[in-house]
Write a protein that binds this ligand. Structure first.
Ligand SMILES: [Zn+2]
Ligand SMILES: [Zn+2]
Length: 175
């Protein structure tokens, strides 16, 4: 959504509420390697507000996005909901340099318009989990026979690994 915030800029209002649904798909998020194979069965709900406090404008947003993905270890289907809150300082064009000096996250308003979806794409690209597991301790599949080890051991010979070393190895799995 591109929001017209001219009523804030003119001082006519000091708050604009935001509440809309955003359609998201891995395909329309270009470069989102972490979203490949992830399906979004419902639209994202975006709520929040832009407030103006004596010329200091702040945008606060909450996003909830239901997803379906495959467990990175056992390939079982996992459904969940990604939720994130974030804030940005909203800066009118021409005042960008000041904002850069403050070294904080900010968005620039162009011709009174604020592109919220662009902010959301950035957040999803950066913060959506890169690796989804069906459960923290998912045992994954046997590398030899492909059996789901969550359902029990298979008969494949296991190389005995020192438990301390195995723990270290598990830190590298799927990398
Ligand atoms: Zn799993
Ligand atoms: Zn096996």
């Amino acid at each position: 959504m591109v929001l017209n915030i001219s009523s804030l800029l003119s001082g006519e209002k000091n708050k604009i509420d935001i509440d809309y649904m955003l359609s998201v798909s891995a395909e329309n998020m270009e470069g989102a390697v972490n979203l490949s194979g992830v399906i979004f069965p419902e639209e994202a709900r975006v709520t929040g507000a832009i407030t103006d406090n004596a010329g200091y404008m702040r945008m606060t947003l909450s996003v909830t996005l239901p997803y379906i993905a495959l467990c990175a270890r056992c390939a079982r289907e996992v459904s969940g909901e990604f939720a994130i809150d974030f804030e940005r300082t909203v800066v009118p064009e021409g005042m960008v340099e000041d904002a850069e000096e403050k070294e904080e996250d900010f968005v620039v308003v162009e011709n009174g318009m604020l592109d919220i979806d662009e902010q959301l794409s950035e957040i999803l690209l950066l913060d959506f989990p890169t690796r989804i597991l069906c459960k923290e301790d998912c045992k994954g599949l046997c590398h030899k026979c492909g059996k789901d080890l969550n359902e029990g051991d298979c008969d494949c010979p296991r190389t005995e690994v020192n438990p301390a070393f195995a723990k270290l190895l598990s830190m590298f799995d799927e990398e």
